[in-house]
Design a binder for this molecule. Structure first.
Ligand SMILES: NS(=O)(=O)c1ccc(NC(=O)NCCCCO)cc1
Ligand SMILES: [Zn+2]
Length: 260
């Protein structure tokens, strides 16, 4: 559909679109009735220390809120995970219109945007760069965003976005508690084995997708769209919108969920 044509325009997607031999690529459509109850799934334990938040960076595809991941201060445990995973960054994907923007869909339903909280397995590896090469190396929490009431916690981040309008710009950003961006019930989720949704497209991700979306206001999302894919010196400026990947084949994977 047209939204995929739009997202394919970014240089990110000029190379090969699929990872070679990929049989666990992301994102995918979540077929709710096909998800399997897994009685062994535990509650998630999230412990985020706001003091590890360090900066916001426009990397030319999204804006990343980066955390100091040199110690186990902001961690994710439980759920489908056997080890402790360390928060290294979070970012979003969104559309040019509120009608689309998420990477995953729920029975083909599109959301206006999707938050990704990226963690790496600090029990087994010393760095993100090592963990990204291993099939149990990463865990990403996905949260859908829908248009509704203003999200007070998000506003602190929205307020600094004009400072990172152009690609490669960075601004200091501290004492932000990322857990304010999670829905009320974090134990209601789907989980499946997938990949990064941008190059290197590594098949290293245990995805944990929250069933409950969070609400943000139209104006807050409009500030996301005021960012640019392009750096200050480029003559043609391009709005940072439609920064999502096309959906990938399920290839026999099962979506697991917690018993209701
Ligand atoms: N959209 S997504 O699947 O959540 C995702 C998360 C992290 C990354 N990559 C990342 O954080 N890279 C930092 C350094 C990479 C070292 O190989 C790409 C895509
Ligand atoms: Zn992402």
């Amino acid at each position: 559909s047209s939204r995929y044509v739009l997202s394919a325009l970014h240089p990110m997607w000029q190379g090969p679109l699929a990872a070679p031999g990929g049989n666990r690529q992301s994102p995918i459509d979540i077929r709710v009735r096909k998800s399997v109850f897994d009685p062994h799934l535990e509650p998630l334990t999230l412990e985020y220390d706001p003091r590890t938040c360090s900066q916001v960076w426009n990397n030319g595809y999204s804006f990343l809120v980066e955390y100091n991941d040199t110690t186990d201060k902001s961690t994710l445990k439980g759920g489908p995970l056997e080890d402790t995973f360390r928060l290294c960054q979070f970012h979003f994907h969104w559309g040019e219109s509120n009608a689309w923007g998420s990477e995953h869909t729920v029975d083909r339903r599109l959301f206006a945007a999707e938050l990704h909280l990226v963690h790496w397995n600090s029990n087994k590896y010393k760095l993100f760069e090592e963990a990204v090469l291993e099939e149990n190396g990463l865990a990403v929490i996905g949260v859908f965003l829908k248009i509704g009431k203003r999200h007070e916690g998000l506003q602190k981040l929205v307020d600094v976005l004009p400072a990172v309008r152009h690609k490669d710009s960075v601004v200091e950003f501290t004492s932000f508690d990322a857990s304010c961006l999670l829905p009320a019930n974090i134990d209601d989720y789907w989980t499946y084995a997938g990949s990064l949704t941008t190059p290197p497209l590594s098949e290293a991700v245990t995805w944990i997708i929250m069933k409950q979306p969070i609400e943000v206001s139209h104006d807050q999302l409009a500030v996301f769209r005021s960012l640019l894919f392009t750096s200050a010196e480029e003559e043609v400026q391009k709005s940072m919108v439609n920064n999502f990947r096309v959906q990938q084949p399920l290839k026999g994977r099962t979506m697991e969920t917690i018993p209701e």
